[in-house]
Design a protein around this ligand. Structure first.
Ligand code: PLP
Length: 347
């Protein structure tokens, strides 16, 4: 099967497994694991922050961030289809006691004006106070689109003026950095907290980090314990992260180039694909003009040995490139996807 369902599907390479096998380990809860400590130090630097905390998943990193940044009863503002809102089972309400304010916007990017219109200052008797704004970069639901640095800076300036805290769901911020040429530290330094996921484009079996100031990370570390995420000899998995920092960041450009090749090949073959949307490693296929329901389309693709997946949009599927997808797979996918979906080649 050519598995384009998600960049989370990668399996660790023999070299990554060798790094895991050779890892020096210790008691992570007591900060005695040298490999976790090294990973945390390097990721903090990579993201332009003072400190980072290693956690099992990006979901946990996001949820700890919200709890760290706001008191219960406040509000978190983000794009309506952000992972925080549609894929974390109501975690902001459950773990941090926050209300959610959802912004509708094209390409996953809202504007300073939208933020101004949405934010509530809160009063002591009735209205909740808006506490946090969260930016997702790259934005998953819009097809891996990148926030340009100037737009981030404009949101940050407005948020600071309004007294908001800022979280970056940068599960794929390294894709954004590689695609835009802006160092991840320059993006990350603008935020109070930053999530980075290791098990997507970086190809690790699991793991994520939350980065921020030393003061915020002290709180985050105790919340990690509270959430049951404090581990023991976690260097076994952190070693994969250290390996990925050395070997798998620059190569994200290859995933992006393959996504572009796939998008162009599909477009030529008559599959409805918005080429402009393809900025990183996602390609979204619009099923409406093909007259297919997502479940039927997935079934037909599966019969041809191709895995795509659903998106937040009812008429769109996505193909995601990653470490385990090579040029040959893309060429085959360009042949097989149009056939499976019954697309007609463009004249
Ligand atoms: C933008 C974004 N944030 C957070 C996550 C959560 O990642 P995890 O599966 O590690 O919890 C995902 C996963 O797809 C994601 O796309």
């Amino acid at each position: 099967m050519i598995d384009l369902r998600s960049d989370t599907k990668t399996k660790p390479t023999p070299e990554m497994r060798a790094a895991i096998a050779a890892a020096e380990v210790g008691d992570e809860q007591r900060r005695e694991d040298p490999t976790v400590n090294e990973l945390e130090r390097r990721v903090a630097e990579l993201l332009g922050q003072e400190e980072a905390v290693f956690v099992p998943t990006a979901t946990m990193a996001n949820e700890i961030a919200l709890r760290t940044l706001a008191d219960p009863g406040g509000e978190v503002v983000a794009e309506e289809n952000s992972h925080l809102f549609v894929s974390e089972l109501g975690g902001p309400a459950v773990h941090a006691g926050l209300m959610t304010r959802q912004l509708r916007c094209p390409n996953g990017r809202f504007t300073p004006e939208q933020l101004r219109e949405t934010v509530r200052a809160g009063d002591s008797t009735h209205t909740p106070r808006t506490s946090i704004v969260s930016v997702e970069n790259t934005n998953n639901a819009s097809g891996g689109r990148v926030w340009p640095l100037e737009e981030i800076e404009a949101i940050v300036a407005t948020a600071r003026e309004l007294g908001l805290r800022l979280h970056l769901d940068g599960a794929r911020v390294l894709n954004a950095s590689i695609a835009s040429g802006v160092p991840a530290a320059q993006i990350g330094a603008h935020f109070d907290t930053v999530t980075l996921c290791l098990s997507k484009g970086l190809g690790c079996p699991l793991g994520a980090l939350l980065a921020g100031s030393a003061e915020l990370m002290t709180t985050a570390r105790s919340l990690k314990h509270l959430f049951g995420g404090a581990m023991r000899q976690a260097g076994i998995v952190a070693a994969a992260g250290v390996y990925a920092l050395d070997h798998n960041i620059e190569r994200l450009a290859e995933d992006h180039a393959r996504a572009r090749r796939l998008a162009e090949g599909l477009f030529e073959a008559g599959v409805p694909v918005d080429l402009e949307q393809v900025e990183t490693n996602f390609v979204q296929v619009e099923l409406g003009p093909l007259g297919l329901e997502p479940a039927e389309a997935l079934e037909r693709l599966g019969q041809q040995g191709i895995g795509l997946s659903m998106t937040a949009h009812p008429t769109k599927l996505r193909a995601v490139t990653h470490l385990d997808v090579g040029d040959e797979d893309i060429e085959q996918a360009v042949e097989l996807i149009p056939r499976a979906l019954g697309a007609l080649a463009r004249a």
